[in-house]
Design a protein. Structure first.
Lengths: 156, 337
């Protein structure tokens, strides 16, 4: 292969890489546009305050909540398995197996409450209404359409 | 009058087993649970209930009662302590807790929490499983990593100790005193590291005659666990030294598992080797045994698991044999509630 050919091939590769980068960025934006962000929700009458996402992660692992947050318990929203998986990926940074392993270990090593699981939005709203210091998560889209709850903060 | 906020957790393991080759198998060292050639539920069957009463925002009382077949189903107090949450990261406990020597020591009886019928037997061979004293826990923020540092100090007096009595056919009272230890854990979704160290002193009385007093002892250990996709690699290596009695014991465990999801169920086949080796000393101490295990866990639902396990034990001790070679089949049902 001549020096000229090598140069030409290298330039082609460089152009491809330069084109591929913005295209992949646009594509990734397009795919994100279809997804909704996740939010921490409480009863509309709750006075729970915003906390860091790291604190939310710790609370879902059974560790204590920051006292100034007024949060008492965390609740898993199991109404949509995809939302639960997004929550695990973006907030807990672990798989369902890893999360369950940690929770069981936490309860039977250090003592601790189980994290309540609720399987429908209707039940979740009812539960939060009765427990104004408890929090859960859902997508922003669903939160906007659901009556009786309010968004505390975006968590992913 | 105000009432404390109370929560309840529990677990149960119903296990049946029998020795298929050989005569006896010591399945639960601390409680001296032994299988023989007849099917038996006693050695591993356990029920435990944990009650937590929140006395106020920072204070809770925790008690866990346990009933083991190996202890004739008598109810024993496994935990009984007051927990004070100093802040988000620090907590202090005063009372009775399990002695956190090995990786599975804290939840040794909670079968649902691991894939075996019981934690690998050659590692979990100690006669003292609890302590009464003080424990400090520090769980700082470290991003996606979870860290735990546990400092503890205390003592345990065991009258007519089950394991020592079983092995020697004598009435033995044992005290572990001036215990001070540290456990550190670093974990992530796919990785766990644990290091442990404890030192203390031992007193022993055999048939009302004092045989040991203020004997220094040290325990150290490391565990590494990996959870990579569907594969599990679990390991543990520990060392126990009682220099004044010329006792030096090494234990290890290595286990491999694979989590196979099929429909709504998860199946986990696994293989394990565990061993204990005591360095020969002047009094002829030569305890040495290895157990190879193969088993399957079937997660029936989120709180129920069914298990089957086959254990093959090779007992090489001459002066200190435990119960000889054996092959044992066990079937179990574990639940948490």
């Amino acid at each position: 292969m001549s020096t000229k050919n090598i140069k030409s091939t290298s330039i082609h590769y460089l152009i491809c890489i330069m084109l591929a980068f913005p295209v992949s960025c646009i594509l990734s934006k397009v795919s994100f546009a279809g997804e909704s962000s996740g939010v921490l929700v409480v009863s509309e009458f709750s006075s729970v305050r915003k906390v860091s996402v790291l604190d939310i992660r710790r609370m879902y692992l059974g560790l204590p909540s920051p006292t100034n947050s007024l949060i008492k318990n965390t609740v898993i929203n199991f109404s949509d398995i995809n939302v639960y998986n997004e929550f695990l990926k973006n907030v807990m940074h672990m798989t369902d197996r890893g999360y369950r392993r940690k929770i069981i270990k936490r309860i039977f090593r250090q003592g601790g409450k189980k994290v309540r699981e609720i399987h429908s939005i209707k039940e979740l709203v009812k539960y939060l209404e009765q427990n104004p210091y408890d929090v859960s998560f859902m997508t922003k889209d669903v939160a906007m359409k659901t009556k009786g709850i309010k968004v505390v903060q975006v968590i992913w | 009058m105000s009432y404390a906020d109370i929560s309840l957790n529990g677990y149960a393991s119903i296990v049946a087993g029998r020795v298929t080759t050989g005569t006896e198998f010591l399945a639960d060292y601390p409680k001296a649970g032994v299988y023989d050639n007849d099917w038996s539920f006693s050695p591993d069957t356990t029920v435990g209930v944990q009650l937590i009463a929140n006395l106020n925002d920072n204070l809770e009382f925790v008690i866990q009662g346990i009933s083991n077949g190996a202890a004739d189903y008598d109810v024993d107090v496994d935990w009984a302590y007051i927990n004070y949450q100093v802040n988000n990261e620090f907590s202090a406990q005063v009372g009775r807790k399990r002695l956190p020597l090995y990786y599975y020591s804290d939840f040794f009886d909670v079968g649902y929490a691991y894939y075996w019928i019981r934690p690998p037997v050659d590692n979990y061979t100690w006669q003292i499983s609890h302590y009464n004293g003080l424990s400090l826990q520090y769980q700082p923020y470290l991003g996606e990593w979870d860290i735990l540092v546990n400092l503890y100090a205390g003592r345990e007096d065991s009258e007519d100790n089950e394991l020592l009595g079983f092995l020697s056919s004598a009435s033995i009272d044992e005290t572990w005193k001036n215990m001070a230890g540290i456990v550190t854990e670093l974990s992530k979704d796919w990785f766990e590291f644990r290091a442990t160290y404890m030192q203390g002193q031992l007193d022993r009385t055999v048939n009302d005659i004092v045989t040991d007093e203020d004997v220094k002892q040290k325990f150290s250990g490391i565990s590494l666990n990996f959870y990579i996709d569907d594969f599990l690699i679990l390991s543990e290596i520990n060392q126990y030294i009682r220099s004044d009695s010329d006792i030096h014991v090494d234990t290890h465990m290595l286990s491999l598992g694979y989590q196979w999801k099929l429909g709504n169920y998860t199946y986990t086949p696994h293989i394990t080797q565990s061993s204990l080796q005591q360095k020969e000393n002047l009094s002829g101490g030569d305890e040495e045994h290895t157990t190879n295990s193969i088993g399957l866990r079937w997660d029936y639902n989120k709180s129920t698991a069914l298990k089957i396990q086959y254990d093959k034990t090779k007992d090489r001790g001459v002066t200190i044999p435990v119960l000889g070679d054996s092959e044992t089949l066990s079937l179990g049902l574990d639940i948490v509630f």
